[in-house]
Design a protein around this ligand. Structure first.
Ligand SMILES: *Cc1c(COP(=O)(O)O)cnc(C)c1O
Length: 441
């Protein structure tokens, strides 16, 4: 470790704690009033509206290509389920002090890709496909996008290639949607990616390239290959505005679901949302959408593994993607494969720098305890990465300074709504589920 790094670590207390792989809770000193923070961003609510309309235009195609989305008329959306028995269990067994109600946002059950990546990843490919189709005169405003499922469109898209680097779930989402449209698609998988994800993609006709190294390397290789082919498009998970906006749409839909369940969100009824974080795109985009929709009444926290807290490291040091978890002596290795990222997105770090309330880190062993608790109390399964979300609600009571600064006293917290954002799970094979349930670290 060089001298600069040693001084940096010494000057940011939370980094010293992170370095020894302890669990930490961090309050973001840069959090600003939502309106001010949002006004400083290059993206606005109308960008989210635009993304939402595009997904509505593509709904007839989604419904045609993925019949399981028919009940939702081609919109890929997940249920919001109250989990009172899990809340009680977290309070009793995990020392949480959750007042108010606890819900699970079940992106773990999202159609087509089985994870939160069904939002950003699918949106990005649909946007790219619409751009190509418009450019080549295949569609005009007002056309029925069911045409995207036709042999003529598939033939057209088969001339184009898609590349993406992934720890697993992004590859599933990009691979499945791209193959459905007819593209030649290659997924560059890092060493952390699970075998069943690679196998599933290959059955869909996706080319899977495997790398012995981590996620950043897989991304680099994908980018390089895409650059050599003028007919190809590289999905850049670290810098993509389109991915970010696809995720942000979730907030608009959540507002409708809360209303339908008569859940109020206002100063006296705060909303706490806890989001598992890898490179930052999914939790960042969702946070942007939530702050744009609920303003100061929503409090967003990211949760990362103690061995791979890249976003927290980038934000707390201000170095964004100029620092990696390996730089402070962490391994970057975690059973939470969706969160196994050593270096965060700079774009996301900047976008949420004044929107994010704080971060928690969690040990892998605890993720499996949450996984078992959810199975026992609610008969629900979500993957280890997704279980990180519970840690936010569990640790909130330790953030005394934050709660005081935002006038979140006991009476107000009694009225609070907590949402654990479950980011993946439904595609996990039964044998893997049983192995997870039996894992005690
Ligand atoms: C990708 C992923 C995340 C985090 O998303 P990022 O955009 O990488 O921050 C969380 N949970 C699961 C299951 C994921 O697949």
């Amino acid at each position: 470790m060089n001298q600069d790094m040693k001084e940096l670590i010494a000057s940011v207390p939370v980094v010293r704690e992170m370095q020894s792989a302890q669990e930490v809770c961090w309050e973001n000193p840069r959090l600003a009033p939502a309106q001010e923070a949002l006004s400083r961003l290059p993206l606005t609510g109308s960008d989210i509206d635009d993304a939402q309309s595009r997904l509505a235009r593509f709904a007839p195609f989604i419904q045609a290509a993925f019949p399981e989305t028919a009940p939702n008329h081609g919109l890929i959306e997940s249920p919001l389920t109250e989990i009172p028995a899990m809340k009680e269990c977290l309070n009793r067994r995990f020392d949480a002090k959750i007042a108010g109600r606890l819900f699970l946002k079940r992106d773990s059950d999202l159609a087509v890709a089985g994870s939160v990546k069904a939002r950003g990843g699918i949106y990005e490919i649909l946007k790219h496909s619409e751009d190509l189709a418009v450019e080549h005169g295949l569609v005009r405003p007002g056309d029925d996008y069911a045409a995207f499922a036709s042999p003529a469109f598939r033939e057209f898209f088969s001339k184009y290639a898609i590349h993406v680097g992934s720890t697993g779930n992004l590859g599933l989402s990009i691979g499945i949607i791209s193959a459905a449209l007819g593209y030649r698609v290659t997924v560059h998988m890092s060493a952390d990616a699970r075998q069943w994800k690679k196998d599933l993609l290959r059955t869909k006709g996706v080319t899977v390239m495997e790398y012995a190294s981590d996620y950043s390397r897989a991304v680099q290789e994908g980018r390089k290959l895409a650059e050599q082919d003028p007919m190809s498009y590289f999905v850049d998970d670290e810098n993509s505005v389109n991915l970010f906006l696809g995720y942000a749409v979730a907030a608009r839909r959540l507002a409708g679901q809360l209303k339908a369940q008569h859940v109020a969100v206002d100063a006296q009824h705060p909303l706490f949302v806890d989001l598992p974080c890898g490179v930052g795109g999914a939790p960042g985009g969702i946070t942007f959408g939530l702050k744009e929709t609920f303003g100061d009444n929503v409090h967003c926290f990211f949760v990362e593994p103690t061995q791979a807290p890249c976003m927290l490291l980038g934000m707390a040091t201000g170095k964004q993607n100029d620092i990696s978890v390996q730089d402070i002596g962490l391994t970057g290795l975690t059973c939470a494969d969706g969160l196994a990222v050593g270096r965060p997105s700079k774009f996301v770090g900047k976008a949420v720098g004044e929107l994010l309330s704080g971060e928690m880190t969690v040990r892998d062993a605890v993720l499996f305890d949450y996984l078992r608790a959810l199975d026992e109390t609610e008969l629900l399964f979500i993957e280890p990465s997704a279980c990180a979300a519970f840690h936010g609600a569990v640790k909130l009571h330790t953030m005394a300074h934050y709660l005081k600064a935002h006038a979140l006293c006991a009476e107000v917290l009694q009225n609070a709504t907590h949402i654990a954002w479950a980011t993946g799970g439904v595609l996990v094979p039964q044998a893997e589920r049983s192995a997870y349930l039996a894992t005690h670290l």
